[in-house]
Structures are given as C-alpha cells and as structure tokens.
Design a protein around this ligand. Structure first.
Ligand SMILES: *Cc1c(COP(=O)(O)O)cnc(C)c1O
Length: 387
C-alpha cells in the first residue's frame, strides 16, 4: 500500500510567508530582532485583544515562554507549582528548570482540562502542609478552553497567579474573549504542528508593559544598559528570529481560515459518530466555550470490542496518522516523585482517547480516505464478531 501519508496536523502555509522572509533577506534582518518580529507581535496583539491593549513578546518556543513566565512570577528553587496533569510535557518541564516541584492536578470530564474541584483540594492540602503554591498552570488542551471562570475564581480567592498555557488554543475563545488573554501571563506556541507555525516559536502574553520589557530583557541575555556587555542577572537566548517571525506574519493572515477548517473537520467527525454507541467526540460542553479544535479527540466507551489503540494501529496500516492523548504527567517516569491530586479522569482519558487527523490542509481525497478507513475499522470488527 503506497498511499501517501495523512498527517495528524501538518504545517499549512497561506502564501504570504515567503514575501515576509524575502523582505528580511533584502533588508539583511537575519537576526533575532527586526521588522518581522515587531510586526508579528503587533498582529498577535490585535488578534487577541479587542481593545488592542496587550503586550506580546515573540520567543523561540512556547517552552521558553513558560520558563520565562515562571521566572517573572518569582518561582524559585524549592517552590511548588500546580499544573494540569493531562498535558504535553512542555507545560511541566520548565517548573523543574527552576528547581521547583510540580504538583499535578486531575482533569474534569467535559473539557479534559484542570478540574476546579481537585485544584482547590490540592491548594488546601498544600497550604495545610505549610506551603503556598507559587502559580497554577492551566492548559486549553487540544484547543478546548478550560473553565476560565471557575479556575480564575479559585486563583483569586487563594491569591495564586495563573499561567495560561494557550499553546494549542490560538483562535479559541471563552465567553467571546480570546484564549491567551486570561492568565496573569499566557503563552502561545508556533511549533510545526500547531494551528499556525513559524517552524518553531512561541510568545509570552501579558497586559503589563513591564512584564514584556522584563521578558525581552531575560530573553536577550539580560544585558544591562551599558556599551560594554554587563550582566547583573542570568539571562537566556530565547528571542524569536526575524525569519521565523516572517512566517508568523503570513500565518496570522490565515489563522481564522485555519480555525474554520479545523472546526469543519471536527463537525465531520461528529456527524460520523453521531449514532455510535462506542465512540464519543469531545465537543464544546457549554455555551460560551469556543474551541479552535486544533485536534479532534474521540473517546471509546468502556467494555467495548473496539479500542483507541486498535483503531490507531488500523489507521497506521492505511498510512493515516492518529495519536493517543498526552500521557498524564503524574504517570510519567520522570515525574514519579511529584505529588498528584485527583482521581482517574486523566488516566481514563489517556486509555480511551485518540486524536484523529485534524489539519486545515486536508484535501477532499484525504478526508474520503479517513472516513473510508474509519468505516472499514468498525465494519471489520462487526463482521469479525459474527463469525
Ligand atoms: C506545544 C506545546 C507547548 C510547548 O510549545 P513549544 O513551542 O513546542 O515549546 C506547551 N504546552 C502545550 C500544551 C503544547 O501543546
């Protein structure tokens, strides 16, 4: 079978990216600063903030943005940081870069994001042990907004800042406000498989110009104001390149189109599984929650002759990529010592869930192949059972 591979989510250029890159070459701005960096930051700001009042620092990755967010919130060695367990490892790794301890929290069923109930349990228990967590990392997983109001209410009550990991949720919104504008600090990612890409890149978002200033200071080796290279703090090399930012400017022009296409693909899956007793498509649970549906997630019901893993293997044989959900952080060997608060929502999601191809560049033929393969999988199993 030599059919071309169908990817879960692959880069999708809009057309203008090359123009901005050519400009960078013509002007010799081949550096981690320049007009594309400024332009890209401006584009993101205008996209996220209706009133245009926001501060964006374009960085080398979403992971770098998370690392700087923790530093800016004063997270140091020995501190504790609360973090959604069901997420990509990049949400949690920077906690360890700071010598702090991640405290993992389970998900809620309907969004698969951080559970307000277990979050509060965790805070209360850590406080009773004499330690106040320094920050909460909440994630809009697969583009689905977390329960912003509930989480914010808890964060405010206990006076703990929120880092909003919006790496997968550019274009999503909660009660008409864009994801990436809620946390004390938010982060975005433009890695290769995200809804828009700069090949690799990220951004730190805040409402405070001083936070942006300090983020860029730290991201450019923490140079003091002096003609010679003087440093009073440890810095990092985390700024975005002007070439990558050129790709980003082109991508911002097609972001809404990408959101529409991913949502349309999600609707096709929903329609396909609408009568299925075995499979549920993870969908927006309530009014006001708007997902970019970066990846469409399906869940198999328990005691099922079908399974996420057997479907994944079946699709792989058809040269179609699908992927298990992120393995929860509290189940990861590297974090086995970290405290965990919750039940089995995240672990069951991991066992029963699968991400299906969701790219905005899927062609008509590719979609046909996907649904033919899905039909084939469920048909084959049915026949198998009868014999
Ligand atoms: C991609 C991703 C990141 C990290 O972004 P990079 O740009 O790849 O460093 C962080 N959190 C989540 C949830 C992600 O999906």
């Amino acid at each position: 079978m030599n059919q071309p591979k169908i990817w879960l989510s692959s880069p999708h250029m809009g057309g203008k990216e090359q123009f901005y890159i050519d400009q960078a070459f013509k002007q010799n701005w081949i550096a981690p600063l320049g007009p594309n960096v400024n332009g890209f930051e401006e584009d993101i700001k205008n996209y996220l903030f209706q009133d245009g009042k926001g501060e964006i620092a374009a960085l080398s990755s979403g992971t770098a943005a998370l690392h700087l967010a923790l530093i800016l919130l004063g997270v140091e060695e020995g501190d504790e940081v609360l973090c959604q367990s069901l997420t990509f490892a990049a949400s949690a790794n920077p906690i360890v870069y700071q010598g702090a301890t991640p405290i993992f929290v389970d998900s809620e069923e309907d969004t698969l994001n951080i559970s307000p109930f277990y979050l509060e349990e965790a805070i209360k228990d850590r406080l009773s042990k004499g330690k106040k967590p320094k920050a909460i990392i909440a994630v809009h997983l697969y583009g689905m907004p977390y329960k912003v109001k509930e989480i914010q209410e808890i964060a405010t009550r206990y006076e703990i800042p929120v880092i909003e990991d919006s790496a997968e949720a550019l274009g999503s919104s909660y009660e008409e406000r864009k994801c990436g504008t809620f946390g004390d600090i938010a982060i975005l990612s433009f890695n290769g498989n995200k809804i828009i890409t700069t090949s690799g890149g990220g951004a730190l978002v805040s409402k405070d110009p001083e936070v942006k200033r300090k983020a860029i200071f730290l991201a450019t080796q923490a140079r003091d104001q002096a003609p010679h290279y003087q440093h009073s703090e440890v810095g990092y090399n985390y700024r975005m390149s002007n070439i990558c930012a050129g790709i980003g400017r082109g991508q911002m022009e097609v972001l809404d189109d990408h959101v529409a296409k991913r949502r349309a693909m999600h609707d096709l899956y929903k329609e396909f599984f609408i009568t299925s007793e075995n499979v549920k498509v993870l969908s927006e649970p309530e009014e006001g929650i708007f997902s970019n549906h970066w990846l469409t997630v399906i869940r198999f019901s328990e005691n099922n002759e079908f399974s996420a893993e057997s479907l994944r293997v079946f699709l792989e044989k058809e040269n179609i990529e699908s992927r298990p959900l992120w393995k929860p952080m509290h189940m990861q060997p590297v974090f086995k010592e970290a405290p965990y608060y919750g039940g089995d929502v995240a672990s069951r999601a991991f066992e029963s869930g699968l991400c299906l191809p969701s790219g905005s560049n899927l062609t008509r033929e590719e979609k046909d192949r996907i649904f033919k393969a899905l039909n084939g999988y469920f048909e084959q199993k049915k026949v198998g059972l009868q014999t």
